[in-house]
Design a protein around this ligand. Structure first.
Ligand code: ADP
Ligand code: MG
Length: 603
């Protein structure tokens, strides 16, 4: 006699629940998705003990008739897709028809629902129907999940602290609110309201509800379109940064998704506007034919497989970069307002942190700097000093060479002086400014070198007087030998020289003087890491490298005309507000805020 038998439905539901219902947040997610799919204008979520005791969700959507109310708890019961075809054109958040069945199998559920004609009451425990009867209710659905995981003690044991579980749910509700600004959401925990949005339809208002008004004011709108995709949303001015990518909210056709490559693309759009280790706050809505955006990847429906990914990434990068470049300005130091208690992650300006990092770095650079400044032009001086052998100045920066337009957002500045040999103090009609002289010069030089390096013919080469030698371990040398052609594409020809050494006799002309060895090592590194040598990235890195190494450091006294020249050059820069590493160049102290600090004006 065979040993295989079919499971009964409660058991198979309980197994499916293992994937769908990981924690209270997953229950909230599935139920709120159902409320949204039912066209609700308001969704209320009431939790007790982070949802482990009770999750109560009330919506004013389409509701169900009594037949559907019972059927909704069967596995594979859905009103959202009918056939295989529909699977490729999903426009609803749900489609798998297993959430209610799974949730019911690991909890006690009370559902009250009405389609406006008839109302129904249903009660289940551990997936088994206990009671059902007609019930009067206005149109909409009221569902209560009690004693979650009461019959799966192992799962219960995996719960983190109530704080952590609640944190996940707050985060989730924030994302729903951002992606459905026209729906009014309310989240209440043990009687305390943690989130309430108006449902006005404006994302900026939701941003204010979540992150506070001062952050919301510093969010820039963006919008763009390609052949297959539309993107729109809000992204923060570079002066607002976060330590991780959690504040980048990605929505594809209304669904909150996690997508590493998209989040990375958003960050990349801030290249030189943000320090590498800092992240923006972003709300990114992506619209595309459901046919291109496969969500049937995982039961929790948070991962997505995208077609035409390259086109989408390009669109995102361009749209966000364009919006940020036009909006960026000197960050304003505001007089801090009395703090309102917020439930969202801290809304304090991280700018302070950023400037602190700059200062720390200055200290180390200060000690490293030895040649005291004596002659008139520190800019040219530092260049020639660090490069005494080079008399070919074609790759050197000299001020005032660019014929670029002045930046319209850059203030008209009058120099007041310099402090600590590090910051230029300047004033204008709207207050005073501090300019970090090193960061300012880095920005100016970076743009100069980027231009220069970018123009040079990639393949045009020049010979070295003395060949450069490179030594590697045996295995690296072998791998390198296999990839010599990838390097050759960048104009670098390695010749095998003995066992595990190589020599290079010539290099592309765009290589800046004095950096040849470094650049070739970087290229080799890329190849050894299994990547193709990326000349575009390398040129960019080279421009940053040169700008940094050859800029005036801190603790370096400047004469007035030198400061003036630097500000003139800065004003002509494409992006004068951040250095190539994304740190601020200039900070604005508004007259009004200064007057407030001295209590010359009230409020
Ligand atoms: P799915 O959402 O994948 O269809 P669910 O198990 O989450 O599967 O829900 C089953 C069905 O129950 C839904 O297709 C929908 O018809 C109905 N339903 C669930 N929740 C609601 C609600 N809040 N309002 C109206 N109908 C609902
Ligand atoms: Mg559902």
């Amino acid at each position: 006699m065979g040993k295989i038998r079919l499971m009964d439905e409660p058991l198979s539901n309980k197994i499916a629940a293992g994937e769908v219902v990981e924690r209270p947040t997953s229950v909230v997610k599935e139920l709120v998705e159902n409320a949204i799919d039912a066209g609700s204008g308001t969704v209320e979520v009431l939790l007790e003990e982070a949802g482990l005791t009770s999750i109560h969700i009330i919506d004013n959507g389409a509701g169900m008739d009594s037949e559907d109310a019972l059927l909704s708890f069967s596995r594979h019961a859905t009103s959202k897709i009918e056939n295989e075809h529909d699977l490729f054109r999903i426009r609803t958040l749900g489609f798998r028809g297993e959430a209610l069945a799974s949730i019911a199998s690991v909890s006690k559920v009370t559902l009250q629902t009405s389609d406006g004609i008839s109302g129904t009451y249903v009660h289940l425990e551990g997936g088994r129907l206990i009671d059902s009867r007609p019930n009067a209710l206005r149109k909409g659905t009221d569902i209560k999940i009690e004693q979650l995981f009461f019959n799966t003690p192992a799962r219960l044991k995996y719960m983190k602290t109530l704080q952590t579980e609640l944190g996940h749910t707050i985060d989730l509700m924030n994302r729903f609110a951002l992606s459905y600004p026209a729906v009014s959401f309310k989240l209440v925990h043990d009687g305390k309201t943690l989130l309430q949005t108006s449902g006005s339809g404006e994302i900026r208002r939701v941003l204010a509800d979540i992150y506070g008004v001062s952050i919301a004011k510093k969010m820039i709108p963006f919008e763009g379109e390609s052949q297959d995709y539309k993107v729109a949303g809000y992204t923060s001015l570079p002066e607002i940064t976060r330590a991780n990518k959690n504040y980048i909210s990605l929505f594809v056709n209304g669904r909150w998704v996690k997508h590493y490559a998209i989040a990375t693309t958003v960050h990349r759009a801030y290249h030189t506007f943000l320090p590498l280790e800092r992240q923006p706050i972003t709300v990114l809505n992506i619209e595309g034919d459901p046919y291109l955006t496969d969500v049937n990847v995982h039961p929790a429906k948070q991962q997505i497989r995208l077609s035409k990914e390259k086109e989408l990434m390009e669109l995102i990068h361009q749209t966000i970069r364009q919006a940020v470049s036009t909006a960026v300005r000197a960050p304003v130091i505001e007089q801090p307002k009395p703090k309102k208690k917020a439930y969202s992650p801290s809304s304090q300006l991280d700018l302070w942190k950023t400037s602190a990092t700059v200062n720390e770095q200055k200290v180390t650079e200060q000690t490293a700097y030895t040649a005291p400044y004596t002659q008139q032009n520190p800019i040219e001086q530092s260049v020639t000093e660090e490069n005494p052998v080079s008399n070919d100045t074609s790759n050197e920066y000299s001020p005032g060479q660019q014929g670029m337009e002045e930046s319209p957002q850059f203030p008209e500045l009058e120099i007041v002086g310099q402090i600590h040999g590090t910051y230029i103090v300047a004033q204008s009609a709207d207050g005073f400014y501090l300019v970090d002289q090193h960061a300012a010069q880095e920005r100016v030089k970076y743009e100069y070198f980027r231009e220069k390096v970018g123009q040079a013919d990639a393949m045009e080469r020049q010979s070295l007087l003395l060949p450069l030698t490179f030594h590697y371990s045996r295995d690296e040398a072998l791998r390198l030998q296999d990839n010599l052609d990838s390097l050759a594409e960048t104009g670098v020809f390695l010749e095998v020289f003995g066992d595990s050494s190589f020599i290079v006799r010539e290099h592309p002309t765009w290589f800046p003087k004095g950096f040849e060895q470094e650049i070739i090592e970087e290229l080799i590194e890329q190849v050894l890491n299994g990547n193709r040598a990326d000349v575009k990235k390398l040129r960019e890195d080279a421009a940053i490298m040169m700008s940094c190494k050859r800029s005036i450091k801190a603790n370096h006294y400047l004469q007035k005309h030198e400061m003036e020249q630097l500000l003139v050059d800065l004003k002509k820069a494409d992006q004068p507000f951040t250095c190539p590493h994304g740190r601020p160049v200039i900070i604005h102290f508004r007259t009004y805020d200064v007057e407030k600090m001295f209590k010359r004006v009230m409020n």
